[in-house]
Design a protein around this ligand. Structure first.
Ligand code: SOE
Length: 400
């Protein structure tokens, strides 16, 4: 019996997604794929997708594989065939949609960063805790935790392979804004995105650091900068991150780059860089962990590889060696291709869907929870506060 035979007999979970742009397309691909890769306790059913423009959302439903289209997210949440709401909208609507969905008894997957402010993130974490008592789950979409090489790095830190951590160094480098004529899309507007490179990709860097180290940041000092303060307003469709600018111009109200130093609860030192101006770097999330007995290195642009330096080997033969994270006993690999055939960016979202479906079936809250999202949000707020105060060291309040 193959996976598809099993699939037809499994209980199902109806999914409703709000938003269908870049992230919505990636999430749709994950919902379409996951049951064909893993033997799951629950099969997702792509019940409905929601967007404001009726024609556009209908076309997106057909293109992305959703059975129905809605134009009001409240109607989507109210549907009987939706048990899980997947929020793929800009940050300014996360809190309202996620809280309403939780209050309506639905599980929630919410894109990162969790919210645009600490107050919103706190309200969401409160709603998630209340919903948890009713048996519902809420997860924030820090998908990179689900890359096999990074999940393996976590396993190695946890089992003490590199000893006590001294340094956690994470840079997230992109270059899609180096052209000053790149249009002022929603990711460049504070009222929609909350912050710029900081919240969009710095949030991933901070989450990965806290995840790999298994402990929170307790304080930060930071610098942020907006290099291009005015840009053309977009004209016509925006696809992915790009679009065309018209003659009218508007103000960029978020940071273009952030530099952060921080301290983890154990006393390990952390540093971060998040920028959309690293010319030539397309999607380079780079991680280096230095422990008392070894180091680990990862680069998203070579995402199947993890480098290990074992400091207990004789100096004469020690050196960084490549682990190809494609073996069947590496995290998430059991459902995929034979060793060495490699995975890509989108697979982390398939793994996210798998973990969520398994967690719903088991009734167990998976990580990253909304509390984890709040933990990141508090760091983002401390970074902005520090940057506004000449990089003053700014404590990050714990989430208890
Ligand atoms: C744009 O910077 C972006 O698409 C982010 O929004 C995603 O979270 C990241 O995974 C890739 O880059």
């Amino acid at each position: 019996m193959d996976v598809s035979d099993n699939e037809s007999k499994r209980p199902t979970l109806g999914v409703g997604m709000v938003g269908y742009a870049f992230m919505g397309a990636v999430h749709s691909q994950a919902w379409r794929t996951v049951a064909h890769v893993y033997d799951l306790p629950l099969s997702p059913v792509m019940s409905a997708v929601c967007g404001r423009d009726a024609d556009a959302v209908r076309a997106a439903a057909d293109r992305l594989g959703w059975a129905a289209a809605e134009t009001d997210w409240r109607e989507l949440i109210a549907r009987d065939d939706v048990q899980l709401v997947d929020v793929c909208t800009p940050g300014n609507s996360h809190a309202e949609i996620a809280i309403a969905a939780l209050e309506a008894g639905k599980h929630v997957l919410c894109e990162k960063p969790l919210a645009n402010s600490v107050a919103e993130a706190e309200a969401m974490a409160d709603a998630a805790r209340a919903a948890r008592r009713r048996g519902q789950l809420a997860v924030v979409g820090f998908n990179y935790r689900r890359l096999p090489a990074l999940a393996l790095a976590r396993r190695m830190v946890e089992t003490g392979r590199i000893g006590e951590l001294r340094h956690v160094r994470v840079t997230y480098l992109q270059d899609w804004l180096t052209d000053p004529q790149a249009p002022l899309t929603w990711r460049l507007r504070r009222e929609q995105a909350g912050s710029g490179a900081l919240g969009d990709i710095g949030s991933h860097a901070i989450d990965i650091a806290q995840y790999l180290a298994g402990e929170p940041l307790t304080g930060v000092s930071a610098l942020t900068e907006t290099f291009v303060r005015e840009r053309p307003l977009p004209e016509g469709p925006v696809t992915g991150l790009s679009g065309t600018g018209g003659d009218r111009r508007g103000e960029v109200t978020v940071d273009d780059a952030a530099l952060i130093t921080g301290r983890l609860a154990s006393g390990a030192l952390a540093s971060f860089e998040a920028t959309r101006f690293a010319t030539g770097r397309k999607n380079a999330l780079r991680v280096e962990l230095n422990g008392e007995r070894g180091s680990l290195v990862f680069d998203l642009e070579r995402l199947n590889e993890l480098y290990l330096y074992d400091g207990t080997e004789p100096a004469s033969t020690a050196g960084f060696r490549r682990i190809l994270a494609t073996e069947p006993d590496h995290p998430y690999l059991e459902g995929w291709w034979p060793p060495g055939h490699g995975l890509g960016y989108e697979h982390s979202f398939v793994h996210q869907a798998r973990d969520l479906l398994c967690a719903v079936a088991a009734g167990e809250q998976p990580e990253p929870s909304f509390d984890d999202g709040l933990r990141v949000q508090r760091v983002l707020a401390a970074v902005e506060e520090s940057a506004a105060n000449n990089s003053a060291y700014t404590p990050v309040p714990p989430v208890t």
